[in-house]
Design a protein around this ligand. Structure first.
Ligand SMILES: Nc1ncnc2c1ncn2[C@@H]1O[C@H](COP(=O)(O)OP(=O)(O)OP(=O)(O)O)[C@@H](O)[C@H]1O
Length: 309
């Protein structure tokens, strides 16, 4: 499949500060491609170079066969970008905003149909300032799509939304992709990347530290399962660590935590049963992208905030 976005060896510094330090990735047609990383990782700088808003110091970027800086006018017609909060006048009504932005494009989408698809049909006459957080977010997505783009760049899509609005937005993005739009999604929510993205580039300190499907990233870092239980009688670690499906065992007080493949649970419970050991308070957790993210970047956002006062 042809690459719709190709970034090769991108470098960008602000004065002495290196924001992007050799980033490369390619996004295929029809993909939802995630850029995931902690605060300050270089995500926004990277996508702003893709959009042609910033000039790279080094490296090449190709979007739909165009050079984002040289062919910016043409790219603007074919690449949808989400507006950030505060970029619209308070008194502009939803319907007016859609028609105004539509007028900038050669092939605008039908504003009424788009408003309908985004659950804004009833808010067409509502001024921007009177919209709820979720409605503002949906309008910013609508404006990214009003030019019928082939590629949409969505940055911090669901920040500030409540869980229901977040899930609705995720469904919406899947519908957008189903209509053939390739999506580059910047996020620092692991759950969002896991739910939406076909592939994810994990960026940390201006570098791509991993690039894979969410499931493959999770699997690479951890076994598939984490099993916790309180054994009814003491036992040697080797009883379980000798099992091929077990990759690790730690003890937290009298609780045993075993990590392993997706088959670990069956193997562990049958060995325990054979040795007449009951596993009390047994809990099984699936290793997810969160584990992968923490392991790859050396900490999630909260840990980092604690580390850097
Ligand atoms: N215009 C600028 N001038 C100077 N430094 C900047 C500028 N823009 C970003 N930076 C710095 O470059 C680094 C990367 O920033 P960037 O916004 O690309 O990261 P990010 O991953 O998008 O972070 P966040 O999740 O917080 O938005 C950060 O250390 C940031 O402080």
């Amino acid at each position: 499949m042809p690459a719709v976005i190709e970034v090769r060896n991108l470098h960008k510094r602000y004065g002495p500060h290196v924001a992007v330090d050799d980033v490369s990735f390619a996004v295929e047609q029809g993909e939802i491609f995630g850029i995931l990383g902690p605060n300050g990782a270089g995500k926004t700088t990277t996508v702003e170079c893709v959009e042609g808003l910033r000039t790279p110091d080094r490296g090449e970027i190709d979007v739909l066969g165009l050079d984002p800086r040289r062919d910016r006018a043409e790219l603007t017609q074919r690449l949808g970008v989400q507006l950030q909060d505060g970029q619209l006048p308070d008194r502009l009504r939803v319907g007016e905003a859609l028609r105004l932005y539509g007028s900038f494009y050669r092939r605008p989408a039908d504003p009424a149909a788009l408003a309908d698809a985004l659950g804004l049909a009833g808010a067409q006459r509502t001024p921007y300032a009177a919209l709820s957080g979720g409605q503002k977010q949906r309008l910013s997505i609508a404006l990214a799509l009003i030019g019928s783009p082939e590629v949409a760049v969505l940055d911090e899509l669901t920040t500030g939304l409540d869980p229901q609005a977040r899930r609705d937005t995720w469904d919406l993005i899947q519908d957008v992709r189903a209509r053939g739009v390739t999506i580059l999604l910047v996020t620092h929510f692991m759950a969002e990347a896991e739910r939406l993205c076909d592939r994810v580039a994990v960026i940390d300190g201006g570098r791509v530290v991993a690039l894979d499907s969410p499931a493959a990233l999770a699997e690479r870092v951890q076994g598939g399962q984490r099993i916790r239980f309180r054994p009814s009688v003491p036992f040697e670690d080797a009883l379980l660590t000798d099992l091929p499906d077990v990759t690790g065992l730690t003890r937290q007080g009298d609780v045993v935590v075993v990590t392993g493949t997706d088959n670990a649970l069956g193997a562990v419970t049958s060995v325990l049963a054979r040795h007449d050991i009951a596993a009390d308070h047994l809990r099984v957790e699936q290793a997810g992208l969160e584990d992968a993210f923490v392991a790859l970047t050396g900490g999630d956002e909260k840990t980092r905030r604690r580390r850097t006062p």
